[in-house]
Design a protein around this ligand. Structure first.
Ligand SMILES: O=C([O-])CC(=O)C(=O)O
Length: 195
């Protein structure tokens, strides 16, 4: 817990097989705070529920293990048209939190959407559901957490609700709250945190 977020992730920034990490992503990584430190320094926020720890049920995907940003919420079920629509808009370092109802019957995000998220500047995706194209998503400069992977694509009807409260990882997450994710876990905060 010794200021982990100041250590340089050399393999991330100086990879040989892909371009150097874009400045925007580097800035986002530098801004990511260690979840353990945030918990230790904010006991009163934890007690009030203004800082919540998500249940440890999510797998790690994407190239960024640590990411953070303001949350955009989306509720869908086995249909990813709205996921694409949101990822087509500028991410501006935000995190897309998708409540996919915990479905383990198809994937809501694949390699194309992972690349779109990266290219449009999303910091990450938290998905209460499954992804596919795991190797492609792992090559994207974006952080992704999901319940697992599934090879089937989802429906394309365009059903769902944007910017609504969602119940993910055992807590209700509101649009505009802040998400902090790293190797230890995922936090949701009512407002932006500093150490
Ligand atoms: O379009 C989909 O259903 C998801 C997908 O495969 C991708 O993002 O590449």
């Amino acid at each position: 817990m010794i200021l982990k977020h100041f250590l340089l992730p050399t393999q991330t920034i100086f990879r040989t097989h892909q371009p150097i990490l874009p400045a925007r992503r580097f800035a986002n990584w530098m801004a990511s705070l260690a979840t353990a430190e945030l918990c230790d320094s904010n006991p009163s926020l934890l007690a009030k529920g203004e800082l919540r720890v998500l249940q440890p049920v999510f797998r790690h995907y994407g190239h960024c293990r640590s990411f953070s940003g303001p949350v955009v919420t989306l509720k869908v079920f086995e249909d990813n048209v709205l996921v694409r629509e949101l990822l087509e808009s500028p991410g501006d370092g935000r995190v897309l939190v998708i409540d996919g109802g915990g479905s383990m019957r198809c994937a809501l995000v694949g390699g194309n959407l992972g690349q779109l998220a990266q290219n449009m500047g999303w910091a990450g995706i938290l998905l209460n559901g499954c992804i596919r194209d795991v190797d492609e998503i792992n090559a994207c400069d974006v952080g992704v957490r999901a319940l697992g992977s599934h090879p089937l694509k989802s429906n394309k009807k365009g059903l769902g609700e944007r910017h609504v409260p969602v119940n993910v990882g055992g807590t209700v997450i509101q649009d505009g709250e802040w998400l902090y994710a790293d190797s230890d876990g995922i936090l949701i905060s009512k407002s932006e945190l500093s150490v």
